[in-house]
Ligand binder design. Structure first.
Ligand code: DI6
Ligand code: FE
Length: 397
């Protein structure tokens, strides 16, 4: 298939938006085989099926590289509590927060979890997303963690989207292990990771390194098992305080460190040295009315790639809009529209360990978005508008 009459934002390395006016893209199977100005299309790529895009903007398809879309229930009551003055941490310490979603997720049938997750996934697909990372972490027991991961895998069978799973057993201490986080790690978390890996359910190992969750030593034990299986690691780090998670993650060559509001210049330096991507989650910053900004300028100065994701979850970021995450990254974190677009394409791919997508270049996967827009800055600029005209997934419209 040959796409013609397109305004293309290739995001090719070192070219900014990499804009091509009157451009064409040739697709064969699930790959891009050629991109450039329309008058330069090689003869052997002409004469097949052609689709005139009427001058519309084409970008790489979008990637949401940090979500918790599989969960039971919702936390509207906690939203009310926070509006009446309780803090996120107070609610967590009082046995609400993540643990209340754990109860609802344990009680839910897999088919109901899937149906619920698909409503959120459909919203993301409707904005041009073709790849979603999904975490476990609302089960905190073997059976429910496995149930969540199977549901996450099932999403890709039910919808035209790819899914990468992250094992997040180290998300919170479940009530039955209250005050005994080490026992939880050894007796539940590690054996469950082994079982999930054996079932082919895990693409990466994540953790929540925080005062209300796990310390660096406990996360390091999870990383050790990840290492035995050759699984890449990630971390929720420095979201509410700085306890050294970013340095631990970077030291293990993590794919990404996520949130990072309380990360420092030295943390950014460590990430740069390790090639760790900074995943910024403005939906959580917004929802929790955080005031501490992630160190965006330090990340830029040290050339740490920045990704942007929804963190879609029932507590700290009930957000199922990647376009709004881009807008928030610009308005709240002062990312440029180019940084926001790279954040949901090339850099998001990298945060998942993937280099075959996120830019429109020959050889990349044929996952594209066609927008009713003239310039890529429009994608992050508007609030509550969805200019998606069509999405191409696997080379198919
Ligand atoms: N940080 C977050 O923002 C989510 N998980 C995490 O470790 C929040 C999860 C929740 O509140 O349900
Ligand atoms: Fe998260």
């Amino acid at each position: 298939m040959l796409l013609t009459n397109a305004t293309i934002s290739t995001l090719e390395h070192g070219t900014g938006f990499g804009l091509i006016d009157n451009g064409a893209i040739a697709l064969q199977g699930d790959r891009i085989v050629w991109v450039g100005p329309e008058q330069a299309v090689p003869a052997h790529l002409r004469g097949g099926r052609t689709r005139d895009l009427g001058g519309r903007l084409v970008t790489p398809a979008l990637i949401d590289c940090h979500t918790h879309v599989v969960f039971g229930g919702n936390r509207a009551a906690e939203f009310e509590q926070r509006l009446n003055g309780a803090s996120y941490e107070e609610i967590a310490r009082a046995g609400g927060g993540i643990v209340s979603t754990v109860t609802a997720t344990r009680d839910a049938e897999a088919r109901d979890l899937l149906a619920d997750a698909l409503t959120r996934v459909d919203a993301l697909i409707g904005e041009g997303v073709t790849l979603i990372e999904v975490k476990s972490g609302y089960g905190l027991d073997r059976e429910t963690e496995l149930k969540m991961l199977r549901v996450a895998r099932e999403i890709a069978a039910k919808r035209p989207v790819q899914v990468r799973t992250s094992f997040l057993g180290a998300h919170a201490v479940p009530p039955e292990y209250s005050g005994r986080p080490d026992a939880y790690i050894d007796e539940v978390c590690i054996p469950t990771l082994r079982a999930a890996f054996a079932e082919g359910l895990v693409d990466a190992v994540d953790g929540f390194c925080e005062g209300i969750a796990f310390d660096t030593e406990q996360i390091a034990r999870m990383y050790e098992v990840a290492g035995q299986f050759g699984l890449p690691v990630k971390l929720h780090a420095e979201q509410l305080s700085n306890i050294g998670g970013t340095r631990l993650a970077a030291g293990r060559g993590a794919l990404s460190a996520d949130h990072l509001e309380y990360a420092t210049d030295n943390d950014a330096r460590a990430m740069a040295a390790a090639g760790t991507v900074a995943v910024l989650l403005p939906g959580a910053f917004y929802t929790l009315r955080e005031t501490q900004l992630p160190p965006v300028q330090a990340l830029r100065d040290h050339r740490v790639p920045m990704a942007v994701a929804t963190d879609c979850n029932p507590g700290s970021s009930p957000l199922a809009s990647i376009l709004l995450a881009m807008n928030m990254a610009c308005t709240l974190f002062r990312l440029t529209p180019l940084e926001a677009l790279l954040g949901v394409t090339a850099h998001a791919a990298r945060a998942l360990g993937l280099s075959d997508r996120g830019r429109i270049v020959a050889g990349a996967r044929a996952d594209l978005c066609i927008w009713d827009a003239a310039h890529p800055a429009e994608l992050a600029y508007r609030i509550g508008f969805n200019p998606l005209h069509a999405r191409i997934f696997n080379g198919e419209a």
